[in-house]
Design a protein around this ligand. Structure first.
Ligand code: F0G
Length: 478
């Protein structure tokens, strides 16, 4: 794999382009660069839609439902391949990702103050590695295969590394996974996946932001293919989450998409999906986007909400962001939240997220660990369970309902980004009876009460006692 930077022929149907309009350097699609070689900005994938075969209606994709024996049509990513047409079909990598579900969740809707039938949860925990990351990995591994990469690396708060490890272990193209994690900064379910799937796991003293910094240096130095969401092909795959949401709504856009914000890959990808769908005339209306930070990792909320950072046609005032980061460093501030997946203070896709917020009339909010854990318990009790970071979307939707930004009659889709079993520690601490454990895991983060705890009932090993407890605690509710 060589890193050379000849610019692309503009005749290419798909190419890579620097996000900075003042630079706009272009690269061929089969080149490898995770930053613009000229100005260092993010890279975008661009298509010459006028010369590409694009479906006339989104419903044209339905023809593929009847052909599930073809792995490309079975995949929830690649059945939309005409909307991410950067690779030859014989190079596509798939492990059957994207068999996800959009679930009406009235009990959760009631909790956040929505009318019946108006809240839906897009459950990305059904992916092979248990999180939305597989959407992006399917696309990035396809690109890695196109360019002949073998060693692939990422820094991760856990789910990216789990997905990376799964794609290496479940495919036969000779990929070797190298993952960087911060010490004590990864939930057990995710660490277990990386280890079980055979990834070389490098734990450094530091947090995600430190690990991200190092993996970029290492990828550069050793020519290893980088699988973090600075890789623009990841985001191409993550666009399909929105296609599947539309598909499950009969191709009618909802009023709101609510998504947790960490490294801001998802929000960026969703924005790009809607920009392209609108450009292609495949949708008439664009949903509003709400990106939800954890209060312990609130960079986006601060920069957008307090400092007024906006997209400005591709020329946002990034000096604002840099001085914010400098201040964080001077204060020794580190991200800290129970939602470890989004415990990130330097979101690499910040600029692309600004574009998404601009196009989708977006809003940003932050929610506390208390709000996250309470929302998570409500999701578990009223739908498919999720990990803490995912519940930030529901807690954020609740906040926006309370503020009157979201109306009860609007149609809202919260993205549940990761499976409940990813982080059993947080769940057991919340529901369990062990007060010391509650204090250690949650109390230390300012969570004061487990208002929706479903406590295990401790009973002597005696049949009468057991029967009495069941009578006492199992009154059916309506
Ligand atoms: N939800 C979950 C469950 C995640 O794992 C992540 C990110 C996010 C939300 C945030 O998404 O970065 O697109 O804004 N996890 C990354 C990781 C950083 O390393 O697994 P984002």
């Amino acid at each position: 794999m060589s890193v050379s930077f000849t610019t692309t022929q503009q005749t290419d149907l798909a190419f890579q382009r620097c996000l900075n309009p003042a630079c706009a350097t272009t690269l061929a699609v089969d080149q490898v660069a995770f930053a613009c070689p000229v100005c260092g900005d993010l890279i975008d994938i661009v298509y010459d839609w006028d010369r590409l075969p694009v479906p006339r209606r989104l419903s044209d994709f339905e023809a593929r439902w009847a052909d599930r024996l073809n792995p490309l049509n079975f995949s929830g990513v690649w059945r939309f391949r005409d909307l991410l047409p950067f690779s030859p079909t014989d190079q596509i990598v798939t492990i059957g990702e994207g068999q996800t579900l959009l679930q009406v969740a009235d009990k959760v809707g009631q909790y956040i103050g929505m009318n019946p039938g108006r809240l839906r949860l897009q459950y990305e925990g059904m992916n092979p590695s248990g999180s939305f990351k597989d959407n992006g990995m399917a696309a990035a591994f396809t690109h890695a295969r196109m360019v002949g990469a073998r060693r692939v690396a990422c820094a991760s708060t856990g789910n990216t590394s789990a997905a990376l490890a799964v794609y290496c272990s479940a495919t036969t193209y000779g990929f070797k996974a190298i993952i960087f994690i911060g010490s004590g900064k990864i939930a057990y379910g995710k660490l277990a996946q990386a280890l079980d799937h055979g990834a070389l796991t490098i734990q450094i003293v530091g947090d995600f932001d430190d690990a991200m910094h190092r993996v970029r240096q290492v990828a550069d130095r050793l020519g290893i293919y980088l699988m973090n969401s600075v890789n623009p092909f990841r985001l191409e795959g993550q666009k399909t989450i929105m296609y599947r949401v539309l598909e499950q709504l009969g191709w009618e856009p909802p009023d709101w998409i609510v998504v947790p914000g960490g490294n801001l890959g998802n929000s960026s990808a969703f924005g790009k999906a809607f920009i392209e769908l609108k450009h292609l005339g495949l949708i008439n209306r664009v949903p509003r986007l709400a990106v939800i930070n954890a209060s312990g990792a609130q960079t986006l909320d601060q920069l957008v909400g307090n400092h007024g950072l906006t997209w400005l046609d591709g020329l946002p005032d990034m000096a604002l962001a840099h001085s914010y980061y400098e201040k964080m460093d001077a204060d020794g501030a580190k991200a800290s939240t129970i939602a470890s997946a989004i415990e990130i203070n330097r979101p690499v896709n910040l600029k692309k997220c600004l574009r998404a917020l601009d196009f989708c009339d977006g809003v940003v909010r932050q929610v506390s660990d208390q709000e996250i854990m309470d929302a998570k318990a409500r999701v578990g009790a009223g739908g498919l369970g999720c990990e803490p970071a995912s519940a930030a979307s529901v807690a954020g939707a609740k906040k926006l309902r309370e503020e009157g930004v979201i109306a009860p009659s609007e149609s809202v889709v919260c993205i549940l980004t990761g499976h409940q079993l990813k982080d059993p520690t947080a769940t057991v601490a919340y529901h369990g009876t062990d007060q010391d454990n509650f204090e250690k895991v949650l109390g230390s983060r300012g969570v004061r009460r487990a208002g929706f705890a479903n406590r295990p009932v401790i009973v002597p090993n005696d049949l009468d006692d057991i029967i009495r407890s069941i009578a006492l605690y199992s009154e059916p509710s309506d």
